[in-house]
Design a protein around this ligand. Structure first.
Ligand SMILES: NC(=O)c1ccc[n+]([C@@H]2O[C@H](COP(=O)([O-])OP(=O)(O)OC[C@H]3O[C@@H](n4cnc5c(N)ncnc54)[C@H](OP(=O)(O)O)[C@@H]3O)[C@@H](O)[C@H]2O)c1
Length: 582
């Protein structure tokens, strides 16, 4: 039973030096507050964080009353806005911080459960800022301190919703999936660089807090019980652990079944049928690979397909392939100068097609009404969210990245596609049947070091895409939404030699469109990537959403077993894999 409940000395290792401090973000209420109080009980001094100092005063008082002598520092910062990090962290620069708990999170500052159609652009940005940008940037800014004060610990509070992305919570599920992937990628990186900083993702099921109306029951602990448990389990050997032992069966079931839309039974039947179909399509029969239904979206008068990031690489190749398939195309890029030659080339090859340019730097805040006005009157039936950035320095350790680089990658890869999709939804719904393809990456599944922010954003694309597909199903919209798992492809941004497993952008673009008819919510854009993924990742993980769920199920199962059996073996595997990978 002790194994299940954890170890009371799990945090001892990080309580060293003079006056050790633990910083807990979002600690005015709920789990954050309970974790801060529990850390004080474990003889840590604490740095509390919330929007205002007034919100933190009662927590400070409570800690002083319960544990006199504990030093408590309050940091006031709204996580939903751009942060002046040097100014904020100057207040704690001389403190011996050995523990960082990234707890702050929100489903939406305005409407907790709403469809993408009804969300506002500033809500989307706020959720992604609070849940993704803020934890990543605070970690980057505190990494030198944590390395200096090692051994140290970063705990990232994630959510069980990642395993089963839900309708009406797509942006939240995406941002939490991002935390989970980023955390694992960062852990691999810290080990690769031999930093004595431990980084773990904590999977959290339902917890009764004053922010939600869920009552305490067998599987729903109070925030206090949960905080005690998650800290007691912090010496789990895996990169991810469940904060509370009774959440383990819940999360496993949740992962195994996926989320029950429209019903558990339907889901099981669909899983079996799709699994067989996808397996046959991916590996079994090469002729079955051409599961195209792209012509289905070429209907009505002058149908348009919009491709983001169409000035180079896969995006450019997609624009040409769509024009070849008789779609009029809208090409997006950051400047007119970059788009003009592509437009001319397209018109030269396909003089009967219309080509429209959409200029917007995806890393900057867009004036969406003005941008969408330019597309007025165009019947858009296909949207391909292809634009992606790994950063100005593609392979970069988090400790070397700048806050600007982090924000750029997250804006280009998550905020821009989400806001663009939201703004185009009325057009896509009116011109249904329509299709949204979101390009994600194998990095969302293998968590490579030196690409942690990218890995997080691509995992976010994957979860958000699945949640959106469930949402369309539930709202009976005839809009299909799929995530395309992309392995290595030669492109402008990924200048690798062509090989058996690295196609040109042109080959890849033709293949991913040809395979868009697969019944799966997640599919590999090229059959050899599916094969590669099957071999490398043990299952046909990249070929279907269901197998993705299975992959995570087995990962979680093995992590739980390792923990529950008290294994303290270091996770050498992931470091070796990372070293080989790079
Ligand atoms: N290639 C691979 O091996 C690979 C693997 C996995 C996933 N993917 C995913 O596939 C997608 C395409 O990748 P790719 O290799 O074709 O990329 P790429 O060759 O680097 O091309 C990226 C495209 O996005 C545009 N772009 C980048 N930042 C932008 C910004 N701030 N504003 C507007 N446009 C911007 C680029 O325009 P500029 O010309 O102006 O820079 C270019 O058109 C990405 O989502 C990527 O994550 C690729």
């Amino acid at each position: 039973m002790l194994f299940f409940r954890g170890n009371h000395h799990a945090m001892d290792k990080y309580r060293h030096g003079e006056n050790p401090f633990a910083l807990v973000t979002g600690s005015s209420l709920g789990i954050g507050k309970a974790v801060a109080v529990e850390l004080a009980a474990l003889h840590f001094n604490v740095i509390l964080h919330a929007r205002t100092v007034e919100e933190l005063e009662p927590v400070k008082e409570e800690i002083h009353k319960l544990y006199p002598g504990t030093r408590v520092v309050c940091l006031a910062q709204d996580a939903a806005v751009k942060v002046d990090w040097p100014h904020l962290l100057n207040q704690v620069k001389d403190l011996n911080i050995t523990v960082l708990v990234n707890n702050v999170g929100t489903s939406s500052p305005f409407l907790p459960f709403d469809s993408l159609e009804k969300s506002e652009d500033d809500q989307i940005e706020a959720v992604i800022r609070v849940n993704t940008i803020f934890p990543t940037q605070i970690t980057r800014n505190l990494l030198p301190t944590l390395m200096n004060n090692s051994p140290s610990l970063i705990l990232n509070i994630c959510s069980g919703s990642t395993y089963a992305p839900m309708a009406f919570l797509g942006i939240y599920c995406g941002s939490k999936a991002s935390n989970l992937a980023w955390s694992q990628s960062l852990r691999n990186e810290l080990r690769l660089l031999k930093r004595d900083v431990e980084c773990k993702a904590v999977m959290t099921g339902n917890v009764a807090t004053n922010g939600n109306s869920i009552p305490v029951d067998t599987f729903v602990p109070s925030a206090k019980v949960y905080a005690k448990s998650l800290l007691a389990r912090a010496d789990s050997s895996g990169p991810v652990y469940n904060g509370y032992w009774r959440h383990t069966p819940q999360l496993l079931i949740c992962q195994f079944l996926g989320f029950f839309f429209p019903s558990v039974l339907d889901n099981i039947c669909a899983n079996v049928a799709k699994g067989l179909l996808v397996w046959r399509a991916q590996i079994g029969d090469k002729t079955a690979l051409k599961v195209t239904d792209i012509p289905k979206y070429r209907h009505g008068e002058r149908p348009f397909a919009l491709v983001t990031g169409a000035t180079a690489g896969i995006g450019k190749a997609l624009a040409f392939e769509l024009a070849r398939l008789n779609f009029n195309v809208i090409i997006h890029g950051r400047t007119q100068e970059k788009l003009d030659p592509i437009r001319n080339e397209l018109l030269e090859k396909h003089p009967d097609m219309s080509v429209v340019c959409l200029v917007q730097d995806a890393s900057k805040t867009a004036d969406w009404p003005a941008l969408i006005k330019q597309l007025e009157g165009l019947r858009i039936t296909v949207l391909i969210n292809n634009v992606g950035a790994s950063g100005p320095v593609p392979y970069n350790a988090l400790e070397c990245a700048t806050d600007e680089q982090i924000e750029t990658v997250i804006r280009v890869n998550t905020i821009f596609p989400t806001q663009l999709t939201r703004n185009l939804l009325p057009n896509l719904i009116e011109n249904a049947p329509s299709l949204i393809l979101n390009l994600t990456s194998g990095a969302a599944l293998v968590f490579p070091p030196l690409l942690s922010v990218y890995s997080g954003t691509k995992s976010s694309n994957l979860a958000w895409s699945q949640a959106l597909a469930h949402e369309f199903h539930y709202l009976k919209r005839d809009v299909t939404c799929k995530a395309v798992m992309t392995g290595s492809v030669q492109s402008a941004g990924h200048n690798r030699a062509i090989s058996a497993f690295i196609p040109t952008s042109e080959v890849y673009a033709a293949s991913l469109l040809a395979r868009a008819g697969t019944s799966s919510l997640v599919y590999a854009g090229w059959w050899r990537h599916a094969l590669q993924a099957s071999v490398l990742l043990r299952t046909i993980v990249a070929s279907s959403d269901q197998t993705l769920v299975c992959q995570r199920f087995f990962d979680e199962l093995s992590a739980c077993l390792r923990f529950e059996l008290g294994s303290r073996r270091r996770h050498k595997g992931s470091v070796n894999m990372a070293a080989k990978y790079w």
